[in-house]
Write a protein that binds this ligand. Structure first.
Ligand code: HEC
Length: 151
């Protein structure tokens, strides 16, 4: 007659684990893990960490504010600003990926603003002169290899 009770105990334990606030502690440490994995250097981190938005339209300037706040929590802004991604498809992929990381604090509306900024800014700074941009990327990769060795 012990068996049914055992099942009951297991069922109760499972529901306690599911609904107890220990989930919060777990997600906190998932955020910490994400932040420490973001510390692993990438070549794009070595480029400039800001961009002159004074000539950008007002909508893009306010989108930039959201980008600057939300995309600097784990790594610097240099990473997205100097990454070799520039097309809407690429930014769709990466903004979605970053948004889904634990602790990102990025909701759909903010993700959309960030996406719009990155697409606009990439058109201006990256796609306007693809050869110059290519040279910039190659320079960052070679600096990175000098600094950290070939990976
Ligand atoms: C919760 C922490 C976190 C936040 C917030 C975050 N990132 Fe990241 N990001 C990472 C980590 C960790 C990596 C390392 C590669 C990976 O895990 O994808 C990374 C890598 C990147 C890369 C390089 C990807 C590659 O593989 O070359 C880009 C670009 C990037 N992030 C853009 C952004 C943008 C844009 C935002 C804001 C929408 C953002 N990140 C916000 C954690 C974060």
């Amino acid at each position: 007659m012990l068996r049914p009770n055992l099942f009951l105990v297991i069922a109760v334990l499972v529901s306690v684990v599911q609904f107890c606030p220990c989930g919060e502690a777990y997600s906190e440490s998932a955020t910490e893990r994400e932040k420490s994995s973001a510390k692993k250097p990438m070549p794009w981190d070595l480029g400039p960490g800001d961009v002159d938005i004074s000539g950008y339209p007002p909508e893009m300037q306010s989108n930039y504010e959201v980008f600057a706040e939300k995309c600097s929590g784990c790594h610097t802004l240099a990473r997205p600003l100097n990454a070799p991604y520039a097309t809407p498809e690429e930014w769709n992929t990466y903004v979605n990926k970053m948004m889904r990381k634990p602790g990102s604090g990025i909701d759909k509306a903010k993700a959309k603003q960030i996406f719009k900024f990155l697409v606009y800014d990439s058109k201006k700074r990256k796609l306007a002169d693809p050869d110059a941009w290519e040279r910039h990327i190659e320079k960052l990769i070679s600096e990175f290899q000098k600094k950290y060795g070939k990976k």
